[in-house]
Design a protein around this ligand. Structure first.
Ligand code: SF4
Length: 301
């Protein structure tokens, strides 16, 4: 891509990528790849909270035109949707994939092949959706794809429940981080997503991502080259503590690219939870948008 030289090529050439793979492999044996810390051996069992073993499980892949505009351009973002998730959101809009495991287990080579097919079809980046529990398979596939000519930016599109220890393994590999910051309140995160200490953990993760890649940079055509984009799905009745989310983002950097998402609708088990059982109103959304502007955030999607 114009104006882009992938850092992961350097990491590959120096042999550092193999060292990173070895570190991830160690963490898989008593899994602490994410803050759920299930301590299961992923080479022998799928009994962790993400129900995943050592191989990639892919639900779908395609050029995607619904992502943020700096990722999409004219040819789309090369999106790979992994099955399962390290979060258990009761309102998940993709619960067949994230909670019921729809998808196919494939080899590392097949994952590399998918990456190449997306790049060869003209996609501007490879966008790994729900990568946190799939870090090891992604790293295993990467050298194969690099050998075959991979050269577009890699996007880490996570739920924000990522540990700093793992993110350090990924430094220089992912050019673009696009985490959710789902909740500004730990109680809500525990209740609705089964994620303990989510808010603190996501804050630490976002700080580390920002340290690595900084604010979003684009080329002359407006395409994302490197940096951080943050997504926040506003829940009705302030159940995501969105004020606190916005406060934190504004502190991280006023130049943060923030997508405040208004498309919440009650799906999956949402009707069981008081307050989650209706869509977001337009006036609720506008309140948060105005607040983000007031806090000095200008790159709002
Ligand atoms: S990646 Fe999966 S098995 Fe590992 S700690 Fe997270 S949820 Fe548990």
């Amino acid at each position: 891509m114009k104006g882009f030289s992938p850092a992961y090529l350097e990491i590959y050439k120096t042999g550092e990528l193999n060292r990173r793979i070895a570190k991830a492999e160690d963490l898989m044996e008593s899994c602490t790849l994410c803050p759920q810390h299930c301590l299961v051996n992923r080479f022998q069992s799928r009994k962790g909270k993400c129900n995943s073993g050592a191989y990639p499980i892919v639900a779908s892949f395609n050029p995607h035109f619904g992502e943020e505009s700096p990722l999409v351009g004219s040819m789309g973002s090369g999106t790979i949707f992994f099955s399962n998730c390290n979060l258990k959101c009761v309102y998940c809009q993709n619960c067949d994939i994230s909670q019921f495991g729809y998808g196919e287990e494939i080899s590392y080579e097949a994952l590399a092949e998918i990456m190449m097919r997306l790049q060869n079809s003209g996609c501007h980046n490879i966008n790994f959706v729900s990568p946190t529990h799939m870090i090891y398979p992604i790293l295993k596939a990467l050298p194969v794809a690099i050998e075959r000519g991979l050269n577009v930016p890699l996007v880490y599109n996570s739920g924000g429940y990522d540990s700093v220890e793992i993110l350090k393994i990924l430094e220089g590999i992912f050019d673009i981080y696009m985490p959710d910051f789902k909740y500004g309140d730990d109680t809500m995160a525990g209740k609705f997503s089964n994620a303990q200490r989510y808010s603190d953990i996501a804050k630490s993760a976002l700080k580390e991502m920002h340290r690595q890649v900084g604010d979003l940079q684009t080329n002359s055509e407006g395409m994302a080259l490197k940096g951080l984009l943050v997504r926040h799905l506003i829940l009705p009745n302030d159940l995501a503590a969105s004020w606190r989310v916005i406060d934190f983002i504004a502190t991280l950097s006023k130049n943060t690219y923030l997508n405040l998402m208004d498309q919440y609708r009650p799906e999956y088990r949402a009707a069981e939870f008081s307050g989650l059982d209706r869509s977001l109103s337009h006036s609720e959304y506008m309140k948060y948008l105005e607040y983000a502007r007031k806090k000095g955030l200008t790159r709002l999607d």
